[in-house]
Design a protein around this ligand. Structure first.
Ligand code: SAH
Length: 346
């Protein structure tokens, strides 16, 4: 089994049975897999972990994804949309703390908000010319992605969620399609964004084979960023009764993708840290090299409840950056405050 890890490290590729074997490997192989992935991460990035300040722009959403706590039919949610001034204030605080990437994430806003969003990106670009702007705002027409890019956005995160159309249909309402999701990813790439995609690990009805399909899609898509977190049920959604995804499987995937794409940016996600008390550290030990502390105004954080128990304080929060630094130094790592753009480094 260790041989499979060696082949993946060397060739950055396995056949589908190889991926399936690694996903189900025993703990000895798993430790070896993490060790190899961690070595590769350190060869490329040293022991610096990039930080991105996450601004949860809005929980207003016109989509109805069956897993998501801010889906439009969840009437328990008190909806908010930060103002331009509030977003700029978050950036100001983040900049003073040292952040050089801002990530605007949110639900899918009504289409007539596009001009406002584009204006918002422009103002952040104007005030923070040295910072990277990452968007994670769902599906938009190509022209809107293009205008956002021209306004100064550098990166876009859009998880494909699953590459199997039948599985996609079990997680999303009929009006959404895998085809459109993949079309958006293609456009983003054409427009010159650094693109991130990924999945929820252990999402309802996901099979091992689905995960292998996801790995193979990501392998051919070649994203700059790969976002993976465990599925966590949210009590007011139709999928509330499904079990939480596995931390073990999530970290195995971090390692597999690190060996596949040595230079990629892989966050150790909040979802992983929500289901495991040492989740963030386990992710880093498995080859992740990014964390995304929360820069949103404290008052709105509880309303951005994608899933139950979502952590947004202490080392998960921008104001807890010292705690993050301490945690990282306990395993010999530190924060790398650079913008941390994707680049081929060797
Ligand atoms: N509206 C944007 C941003 C969504 S939130 C978009 O559609 O891309 C970002 C990610 O949170 C989603 O892509 C999804 O993978 C994840 N997420 C949503 N609900 C979740 C849940 N219940 N458990 C774990 N992750 C979840």
């Amino acid at each position: 089994m260790k041989q499979l890890v060696d082949i993946l490290r060397l060739n950055h590729h396995l056949d589908s049975s190889g991926y399936a074997a690694l996903l189900t490997c025993d703990s000895v192989t798993e430790q070896y897999l993490h060790g190899q992935a961690q070595q590769v991460t350190q060869q490329v990035f040293g022991k610096g972990i990039f930080v991105r300040g996450l601004i949860e722009l809005t929980n207003v959403c016109q989509n109805d994804c069956l897993y998501c706590g801010i889906r439009k039919s969840n009437s328990n949610v008190e909806r908010y949309l930060l103002t331009t001034e509030q977003v700029l204030q978050c950036c100001r605080q983040g900049y003073e703390l040292g952040f050089r990437t801002f990530v605007l994430q949110g639900g899918e806003l009504p289409r007539d908000k596009a001009p406002w969003l584009i204006e918002l990106v422009s103002s952040i670009r104007h005030h923070y010319p040295d910072c990277a702007i990452t968007l994670s705002l769902g599906e938009w027409p190509r022209e809107v992605y293009q205008q956002m890019r021209e306004a100064g956005a550098d990166r876009y995160l859009l998880r494909h969620e699953t590459h199997n159309a039948e599985h996609y249909g079990k997680l999303h309402p009929a009006e959404m399609s895998l085809y459109n999701r993949l079309q958006c990813l293609k456009w983003l790439k054409e427009l010159g964004y650094q693109v991130g995609t990924g999945i929820m690990v252990g999402s309802p009805r996901q099979t091992l084979n689905n995960i292998v399909e996801d790995i193979e899609f990501i392998e051919q898509f070649e994203p700059e960023m790969i976002g993976l977190g465990p599925f966590i049920p949210q009590h007011a959604t139709p999928l509330s009764k499904y079990p939480v995804g596995s931390a073990d499987l999530t970290t195995k995937l971090y390692s597999i993708f690190r060996l596949m794409f040595p230079c990629s940016l892989i966050p150790s996600t909040t979802a992983l840290n929500t289901i495991h008390p040492r989740g963030r550290i386990l992710g880093i030990i498995a080859g992740a090299n990014v964390v995304m502390p929360n820069l949103s105004p404290a008052a709105i954080r509880p309303s951005y409840a994608l899933y139950d128990g979502k952590v947004s304080s202490n080392a998960e929060a921008a104001e807890g950056i010292n705690e993050l630094e301490t945690q990282l130094s306990s395993i010999g790592y530190h924060i790398n405050w650079d913008r941390g753009d994707y680049k081929i480094t060797n």
